[in-house]
Design a protein around this ligand. Structure first.
Ligand code: C5P
Length: 218
């Protein structure tokens, strides 16, 4: 396992996606947005009309789904040949993703799909359990967070820019609820790896976060 991995874990909206993409680009490494795998499963379940109480049905869909990722300025994803990029970022997709992500059998099935991203010359992996469960042997680990208020504000701006109707207070509530679900679940909860560097991006620019992470690698 000589292929280097940099893991960037943290709650939703901390800027992991943007930062990870920039760092991967600078290093010339591959990029894994593990949240998009859980999100893709959420979309696959909706398309197949699988009830969220039907755990064996959910696991079947997770095993069968064929995902293709295209990493341009924005991540594009095809599920069984169909472009699902527009649905990927929806709040409703994130909510279902976080519900099914709490199922141990789902995490077991998706583990290998994530580890397959580890290819030369290296990988930047972004998620909740990259440093703790998926790539515990990664040499460089970061835990990137920000206050719930700051994360809500950023998410709100993103939605408004995309001309999607949004409510700041509701967003902050939803973020806090998702944090709770991700931190309190028994299986691979959102937690900082003991050997991770802690970065609070609340009052930092993206460029300075990127710089701090690149310093860690060099
Ligand atoms: O990061 P993102 O918001 O796209 O993730 C959506 C959901 O997928 C998270 O709320 C979390 O429950 C789940 N997830 C996870 N483990 C990861 C990445 C995402 O459980 N490594």
């Amino acid at each position: 396992m000589g292929i280097p991995v940099l893991t960037i874990d943290g709650p939703s909206g901390a800027g992991k996606g943007t930062v990870s993409r920039l760092v991967a680009k600078k290093l010339g490494w591959h990029y894994l947005d593990s949240g998009s795998i859980y999100r893709s499963l959420a979309i696959a379940l909706q398309l197949a009309s699988v009830d969220l109480a039907d755990v064996p049905g959910i696991v079947n869909v997770a095993e069968a789904m064929a995902l293709e990722f295209e990493c341009g300025d924005e991540l594009a994803v095809r599920l069984d040949g169909v472009d699902i990029t527009p649905q990927l970022g929806l709040e409703s997709t994130g909510v279902v993703a976080s519900q099914v992500a709490a199922l141990p059998d789902v995490r077991r099935v998706l583990l290998q799909k994530q580890q397959d991203f580890r290819k030369p010359p290296g990988l930047v992996a972004d998620g909740r359990d990259m440093g703790t469960v998926v790539f515990p042997d990664a040499k460089n680990k970061v835990f990137l967070t920000a206050s719930a208020a700051k994360r809500a504000e950023r998410r709100y701006k993103q939605l408004i820019e995309k001309a999607i109707d949004a409510n700041l207070i509701q967003i902050q509530k939803a973020i806090e609820e998702r944090d709770r679900r991700d931190m309190e679940r028994e299986n691979a909860p959102l937690a900082m790896a003991r050997d991770a560097l802690y970065i609070d991006s609340s009052d930092m620019t993206i460029a300075s976060v990127v710089e701090e992470i690149l310093n860690l690698i060099h």
